[in-house]
Design a protein around this ligand. Sequence first.
Ligand SMILES: Cc1cc2nc3c(=O)[nH]c(=O)nc-3n(C[C@H](O)[C@H](O)[C@H](O)COP(=O)(O)O)c2cc1C
Length: 404
Amino acid sequence: MLTTLIYRSQLNLSCETFPLDALVEKAKRSNTALDVTGMLLFDGTHFLQVLEGPEETLDALFSKISLDIRHQNVIELMRDYAPRRRFASAGMVLFDLRLETPQVILDSVLRYGKLESYLAADDRVFKFIETFATTEHRAQADVRFDPNHWALEPKMASFRPPTPTLWPGQMCQFALQPIVEPLGRTISSLEALVRGNNGGSPEQFFSAIPDDQIYEVDLQTKAYAFALAEKIGIGNHKIAINLLPMSLVHVPGAVDFLLENIARYGLSPEQVIVEVTENEVISGFREFTSAIKKLRAAGIGLAIDDFGSGYAGLSLLTKFQPDKIKIDREIVSNIHLSGPKQAIVNSIIKCCSELEITIVAEGIERLEEWCWLESAGIRRFQGFLFARPRLNGVNEIHWPTFKL
Ligand SMILES: Cc1cc2nc3c(=O)[nH]c(=O)nc-3n(C[C@H](O)[C@H](O)[C@H](O)COP(=O)(O)O)c2cc1C
């Protein structure tokens, strides 16, 4: 299927200088042979390239271009399908913003693209070109957060070691995974993730519970999480637990049960954060809000988990504002390569900063993801990059350290 792909990138200044005209000539020949057409904009530091052609051919070509060391920070901006090509007449044409004014360049692009200006006003491809040509400072990579300047240093956290023994009658175990502020080297909280007594996943554990007991069991398990917190000595740290909001609605005295067990294991309600997922909030919103009032009145914190994964997204925040949101891992994975993901996360950051909601980015596995998110303004992170969950204890934490 005819596909249009747009990306932007930056000249790699540490790479030897090379003649751009020659690169474009070579690209033109090989694109023509591949049935690929397009254009390249360059302003002296940044590139914006439009490529059109059969989907698989573009995938293979874009993979090759992304690995070219002559440029870096290659970010895909758009991938779309179209009935016809905009730049049908050539395999590749260079528009050099150092040689002409943006207006002259845009006029030539319109002529070359054979698109009337009134049509171009609504065309996303031309809008990307126009914004690139007329914006002075395009997304500069923050040099402080260049992934090449960071390494990870493992350090054991100061908790008591894992405790493998089970209490009599214990129905499940917990693995703890820290949520960290890497620049300050602090642990913001420990998330307690339920595991079966054989170490199995939450899905395995809950699949063995009869449907009519799910809420009761969901609530009861939290007592073991608080007990573990005491056993390993979490001190003043916070502990985050996952709870089905309907457990608060359907189990009589649910909030009192939580408060009793929080106190029994020497914790304070302010140390506890209840995480509920976006979909669970939306599917029973009225019941959820009445249950949540009791939690808030008791001083327990609230976080929305998997934010952005469901059908609510930012509109959820028009109805209800939690203390924290955890951005869904799907949105932050490979964020350094994706323009749409970057735009969405930037809008979440702006919205949450106006509403004073703390953001946690979860599922971080790559230094590049952390670097991008940190430079965008996110401070709290969770993921294998920093620490894996550990059954009945806390694993060593890998702290990023700056290196020259
Ligand atoms: C900004 C930029 C744009 C490029 N555009 C193309 C292109 O449109 N087509 C192409 O074949 N190569 C393009 N290249 C070059 C490719 O990255 C790669 O070097 C080229 O395909 C040669 O690959 P080969 O050595 O496998 O033949 C571009 C490189 C850069 C830095």
